[in-house]
Write a protein that binds this ligand. Structure first.
Ligand code: NAP
Length: 321
């Protein structure tokens, strides 16, 4: 079958590690099934994989991709939950110490077919297209958990989203605004910042700019470039939720600020199957849909990877089959 995969690693030029071509059909362990992929969306995770983050040399070649919507072997339209936990794990799948995401231990979704545990399939609501559904299982699920499970944002609160154009950032802005939260956004790019107003952002700022007031919660995926600003933007007792560090993993933390203002710093990764079910319902009932930057045929995935590594994206890039 045709697939898009990592054939090597290149920390500096990730596109050098990308390959497209024929790969063997997926193996199907007991309790797993095969999904015919209709749409799969690109995440920064796929770029990290090409850089050699989270994968070992002996796992190559590895089919990339965590997100997919498609058709199962019984003809049902399904969305794939990408968090693969131990079959006997009970409760929050993201807390299973042995869990992996598709494309980390098992081949990913950038292929004609992908094998997944049966329990990882959720019905795709008829009103949500394959393209939109393929955006939900990673970036949008991560944003959902950051806002509603970790920060427990409430209508009337103010949330700062660091970054405007990213898959997670556009999801955070859209979901928070739809939930009645006042959303402030920072971006390196004034045009991208302005575009977030159409997603519901109440106000936009340059990265690092002084804000008109302190916020209840900050959503962090940028990392080193914005971390200090995130902590300085919080009201006493506020919370910063971090799920990524695109610009760097090591950042200075003013501990006096953390204890004196009783700030909370929470990590967040992906979301549970139940959270994905709730996110699908949220989208179905509110009419909220993912921001799609562009769709590309799977064979042209390289163009999507190039746009993502250059930061030339507003929303999700979806690969179509
Ligand atoms: N923990 C998890 O489960 C999880 C899940 C999904 C994603 N992540 C991580 O979250 C991060 C974002 O993922 P994504 O898929 O949304 O990636 P993406 O689409 O490539 O978005 C990158 C974002 O980072 C911002 N950014 C990048 N460099 C910046 C800098 N130097 N200064 C300020 N802003 C900068 C961009 O803002 P502008 O374009 O507005 O400048 C954009 O919003 C990645 O590191 C990813 O690995 C983690």
């Amino acid at each position: 079958m045709f697939a898009v995969y990592a054939e090597s690693f290149d920390a500096d030029e990730p596109l050098n590690a990308l390959a497209t071509g024929e790969r063997p059909e997926p193996e199907v362990p007991d309790g797993w099934t095969v999904v015919d992929v209709k749409a799969a969306s690109l995440n920064h995770h796929d770029v990290w994989s090409l850089r050699g983050v989270g994968l070992k040399e002996e796992q190559l070649p590895m089919i990339l991709g965590g997100d997919a919507a498609g058709i199962d072997q019984d003809g049902n339209e399904v969305v794939v939950h990408s968090v693969i936990s131990d079959p006997f794990w009970m409760g929050d799948e993201t807390l299973d110490p042995g869990r992996s995401l598709l494309s980390e231990r098992y081949p990913g979704t950038f292929a004609e077919r992908v094998a997944v545990p049966r329990r990882n399939l959720l019905p795709k609501p008829a009103g949500i297209s394959f393209t939109d559904a393929a955006c939900l299982p990673t970036a949008w699920l991560t944003a959902y958990r950051m806002l509603f499970t970790q920060a427990q944002v409430a209508p009337g609160q103010t949330v700062l989203v660091q970054g405007a154009g990213g898959g997670v950032a556009t999801a955070l802005i859209t979901l928070a605004a739809a939930a009645g939260v006042q959303v402030w956004v920072t971006s390196r790019d004034p045009d991208k910042a302005e575009r977030t107003r159409s997603l519901g952002a109440a106000d936009v700022f340059e990265t690092g700019a002084r804000l008109p007031g302190r916020v209840d919660a900050v959503m962090e995926t940028v990392g080193a470039a914005t971390w200090k600003h995130s902590l300085r933007s919080l009201r006493p007792g506020g919370v910063v939720v971090a799920s990524g560090a695109t610009s760097g993993w090591a950042a200075e933390t003013e501990l006096n600020r953390v204890f004196f203002l009783q700030l909370r710093i929470l990590g967040s990764t992906m979301g549970t199957r139940e959270e994905l079910r709730r996110l699908l319902a949220f989208c179905e009932h509110t009419g909220v849909r993912p921001v799609v930057d562009r769709t590309l045929p799977l064979a042209e995935a390289r163009d999507g990877f190039a746009a993502m590594t250059e930061g030339d994206v507003f929303g999700k890039i979806v690969l179509m089959l």
